[in-house]
Write a protein that binds this ligand. Structure first.
Ligand SMILES: C=C(O[C@@H]1C=C(C(=O)O)C=C[C@H]1O)C(=O)O
Length: 372
């Protein structure tokens, strides 16, 4: 019995090689069409950006296309299979639109590939400069406190003195800082010891006075989303140390930096300081991937505030080592002559002996830029 004739025996049989050659040609045609589609989609993305529509995703438009595709589907693929393929195309198209959009960001390495290296009165930060230390008390409290701290740190080779004159306290009844008197004191003491002075500015109305006294303006974590303040420090001609917000995504942090650059100030130092998570054994969770990502995606210097990241002294050394290992351009650490009597953050500041131990442990990493 020979049975029914098969499809094979009825039709002229083409070889697999021959069929594959046809598939190869179809692939090339599909690729040409896909590329053409990509170019048109990129133009749509550009038009959306110009219209000020940062969200390029349009589910209604995608749905409309899927319905039409389903109704026109001639087979042999099922509608589900064809729809899945088109959904992948939409996803890749959206990624293309958004990545083209990101390319325009001034903070991006795609716009400026080489590292930004700040040179503030001879103190170099970022790029091939050795990692820097920013140290000093949480709050400026008295002349004696600032004098002792600056003298100690300057003798240890620290070039940037920090100290808060305006304090963003959780409670409105907590110590709010010395204000202008603190600014004057901090800048004078820093100058006397050949150091730069960095201090936080919290209010657009204070940017001018803070810029008059400080060498670097700090925008704190709680103000990272204060867009008016970001614009104002962007207009000032002082370098800005921008801390990452308590619950800010990396993207939000980089957009905050973009606000400053977009006003014409390209001297921005990013500072990772830990983010809020469910973890309770540390005050915040140090996000080391954010440091590595910020270094990859932007050309700006990135430093790590280990004091706020940990909220506990016993973790400062390992966290600082880890930060430098992932490429941080510096470490920010709080140092106070007598942490127990400090008016703020007394759980986490280092005393002088603690700082000695801290800097000794890091000395090998601080001398050389990591990776060189
Ligand atoms: C291209 C557009 O943007 C996105 C990509 C789409 C696509 O690839 O067809 C459709 C909708 C949007 O999510 C558009 O809005 O038309």
């Amino acid at each position: 019995m020979r049975g029914f004739p098969t499809l094979r025996s009825m039709t002229h049989q083409r070889s697999i090689e021959d069929l594959r050659a046809e598939v190869d040609q179809i692939n090339r045609d599909l690729l040409t069409l896909l590329s053409k589609r990509g170019e048109v989609v990129a133009q749509i993305g550009h038009a959306k950006t110009q219209e000020g529509r940062p969200n390029h995703y349009d589910p209604a438009r995608e749905d409309k296309q899927l319905k039409e595709i389903e109704s026109l589907n001639p087979g042999p693929f099922t509608s589900a299979a064809v729809k899945a393929i088109f959904k992948e195309i939409f996803k890749a198209s959206l990624d293309l639109e958004e990545s083209n959009d990101k390319k325009q960001l001034l903070v991006s390495r795609k716009v400026k590939s080489e590292d930004t290296v700040l040179d503030i009165d001879g103190v170099r930060i970022g790029g091939d400069a050795p990692p820097i230390i920013v140290a000093g008390p949480c709050s400026i409290e008295s002349e004696d406190q600032m004098e002792q701290t600056a003298a100690f740190l300057a003798a240890k080779g620290v070039k940037i003195l920090r100290g808060g004159a305006y304090k963003p306290r959780t409670s409105p009844y907590g110590f709010q800082g010395m204000g202008v008197d603190g600014l004057i004191l901090g800048s004078r003491v820093a100058k006397e010891h050949g150091m730069l002075f960095v201090t936080e500015v919290m209010d657009t109305r204070d940017v001018e006075i803070v810029a008059e006294h400080a060498d670097i303006l700090q925008v704190g974590a709680r103000n990272m989303h204060n867009f008016a303040l970001l614009r104002e420090v962007g207009r000032s001609r002082r370098p800005v140390l921008l801390k990452r917000g308590l619950s800010a995504t990396i993207e939000e942090w980089l957009y905050a930096a973009e606000y400053i650059l977009s006003e014409g100030n390209s001297e921005v130092i990013l500072c990772e300081r830990g983010i809020r998570t469910y973890e309770k054994w540390t005050r915040n969770t140090l996000d080391l991937s954010a440091v590595a990502i910020a270094k990859q995606e932007t050309h700006l210097p990135v430093i790590v505030d280990v004091t706020h990241a940990a909220g506990r002294r016993d973790l400062l050394i390992p966290l600082a080592k880890a930060a430098l290992a992932v490429g941080a351009d510096g470490i920010h650490v709080e140092v106070h002559p007598s942490p127990a009597t400090a008016l703020s953050d007394n759980e986490q500041q280092l005393d002088f002996a603690g700082y000695d131990k801290f800097s000794d442990s890091l000395s090998g990493l601080l001398r050389q830029p990591v990776g060189v």
